[in-house]
Design a protein around this ligand. Sequence first.
Ligand code: CO
Length: 444
Amino acid sequence: MSRVKLTDTVFRDAHQSLLATRMRTRDMLPIAEKMDQVGFFSLETWGGATFDTCIRYLNEDPWERLRALKKAMPNTPMQMLLRGQNLVGYRHYADDVVDKFVEKAATNGVDIFRIFDAVNDIRNMERSIKAAKKMEKHIQGGISYTISPVHSNELFAQFAVKLAELGCDSICIKDMAGLLKPFDAYELVKAIKSKVDIPVQVHSHSTTGMSVATLTKAAEAGADTLDTVISSMSMGTSHSPTETIVEILKGTEFDTGLDIKALLEIAAYFREVRKKYAKFESKFLGADTRILVSQVPGGMLSNLLIQMKSLNAVDKFQAVLDEVPKVREDLGFPPLVTPMSQIVGAQAVFNIVTGERYKVIPTEIRNYVRGLYGKPAAPISDEIRKLIIGDEEVITVRPADLLENSYEQMKEEIGGLAKSEQDVLSYALFPPVAKAFFEKRAGK
Ligand code: CO
């Protein structure tokens, strides 16, 4: 009997969190067959930052990676992380690009679409959910978990109901910063399960050291599936070790039924692979409890440190960490997940480095306050709004309603450099980066 299922994240989130998303397809394929035989609920293999990193840094075609992994692992569902209307980028894309992207992701190998929005604005998820539905794929509606005076289990459960009504096949509690505490996870899973009949999956990063306990309590509360990662790529800013969770649940009513011996072989493989990427390794490999106060996710923590180093202001790093929750409050408590983590982080850096709050304001912050990222969880005060956008109006429509369809135009723009519809999509998402990638491929 296997009561709790596991999704292993080694091919996507683990190296995104630990190794700056640098793992190459050639280091994934040799172990793919073994991964496929374990009996995971799914393998997270695509999406998030992997798409961008492939073309930007690795000179790899992300579509080819998807097809290769699918071919190597035909028995286990392939899962991707999709940022709603942002797809795998950092801004909203037009509806026709969203439709085409989801269609191509599905035909190239994605079986499960985990779709979320950084500010939990369901309007930013509707189009991609509809597109995945059309492809008859499993849609997992993500809830970006965060803690604030306006977020509650009741609010998250209501959101889960809306996602189920939109046709989602399961719900994911997405705890990107490792803020979900074990006993809170228990209550949250219960709250969601009392409102919806679809399975609940828990994604909780290990950043604060709580994740193993969090997953255990989530299982006890009835979570159907847990995100873990093979031990040699676990903990720190990554996830709980797969083998550890398997052993914790073994012999209980939540037993995963997975074979620890097969997992140990896989762990040995990644222990070696990881060494190749040592120079990209995150500086936060243990437990970072500062996040419990600053709520800064691991990836954002390393990015902020890099920014402060480049500004020769590492001594102000702690001041920036202290500023993050203040900026977040000013902006109506957005969850600190991509792209909000970068946006809030940039403003916090400016506020500290210039020595004056909101003296320098990035365009993204202005756009956020204009309503272009969706509706914040709490209203932004008139004072902050005026400070950032003056008397400009705030939009109330779905942000992507303001975008013209753009696929055909992109296709025309990139012309013969694009060899497939997938190439056109890569270009539509990251124009200069994709163009450079195609030129290199063509030997120019
Ligand atoms: Co994650």
